[in-house]
Ligand binder design. Structure first.
Ligand SMILES: [Zn+2]
Length: 307
């Protein structure tokens, strides 16, 4: 799904996806990509594609694909929806870590729908509502209410940031609800979640490699975070199936040449994906560059907002 950002708020246009997928509800079939049945004619927009920006273009989109890009005006096909610039026409962003925005809180049942509309207006077309560690009744209530608005950014699954995290690295969360791996609670989470839990942030020292293997078998991608893990513990977790790190460098001890810790293990493993809060505050530029330079197969997942 492409989206026009900065101007021409998609919420203000009469665009409706052909297929509404507000949440995924245990459907084993892969989600169907909604296609716009009406051609869309964008006039005088800046088109971002292939790493380049083409300014003041006229763009025609039909059946979900760009069919025409022209520096000069083009004719609108019959029945086309016309959207005027200025604005940037770009691929939609996918946000894998979002707790809320502008007062909307994923932990508050009912907030994910308005949040999905707000995210789409910012250019995010798909996201993982991210629940945080909380007492089980509150956590399960949040997991049961992560449905978006069919007109908003699509819920692609859920990110569970906890609760198997280290109380020594709570970040912005109260650590009371952090706990050791609890299979019964995990099963309750899986059973209650209204969309599949796609991603889970765990502290390596809260799980054994066998338990990591068990969780991976349930189809969840595991991400190391809020952790005091030693280099050996973090490396063992990567070997056991953790493939990602949550907000690399933050909520984990810094790199020390005698105690390299989770950061050292990440820098030593170029195949691991690393989420990075690249807002100029959470991580300085040099460690961000070093992290990028050490990726040999793993990706950097940018996260503009903390939380
Ligand atoms: Zn966090």
């Amino acid at each position: 799904m492409a989206v026009l950002i900065e101007r021409g708020n998609p919420q203000d246009t009469p665009i409706e996806p052909d297929i509404a997928l507000p949440c995924l509800r245990k459907d084993p079939a892969p989600p169907t990509i909604p296609r716009m049945s009406v051609p869309i004619h964008f006039r005088q927009v800046d088109l971002a594609t292939g790493g380049r920006m083409f300014t003041r273009r006229h763009v025609l989109v039909a059946n979900g694909s760009i069919t025409t890009v022209s520096p000069t005006p083009i004719e609108s096909p019959p029945g086309a929806l016309v959207v005027d610039g200025p604005g940037i026409l770009a691929q939609g962003f996918v946000d894998t870590h979002v707790h809320g925005r502008r007062g909307f809180d994923v932990m508050r049942p009912g907030d994910v729908a308005p949040l999905s509309l707000d995210l789409l207006a910012q250019g995010v077309t798909g996201f993982l509502p991210t629940v945080v560690a909380a007492p089980p009744d509150r956590l399960l209530a949040a997991l049961s209410a992560t449905c978006g608005d069919p007109r908003g950014a699509r819920v692609l699954g859920i990110h569970a940031e906890g609760p198997f995290l280290s109380p020594d690295q709570p970040g912005m969360f109260p650590p009371d609800a952090f706990r050791d791996y609890d299979r019964a609670l995990w099963h309750d989470m899986l059973a209650t979640a209204v969309s599949p839990i796609r991603l889970m942030t765990v502290a390596a020292e809260r799980l054994t490699p066998a338990q990591i293997d068990e969780l991976s078998a349930d189809g969840v991608t595991l991400s190391l975070g809020h952790t005091n893990a030693t280099y050996a513990q973090a490396s063992a977790a990567f070997d056991a199936g953790v493939t990602r790190v949550t907000h690399a460098y933050n909520a984990m001890p810094g790199f020390h040449h005698r105690a390299p810790g989770a950061v050292g293990a990440l820098l030593d493993r170029g195949d691991i994906d690393a989420e990075l809060i690249l807002d100029g505050v959470h991580v300085a530029r040099a460690p961000a560059r070093i992290l990028a330079a050490t990726r040999t197969g793993g990706n950097i997942v940018l996260r503009p907002q903390p939380g």
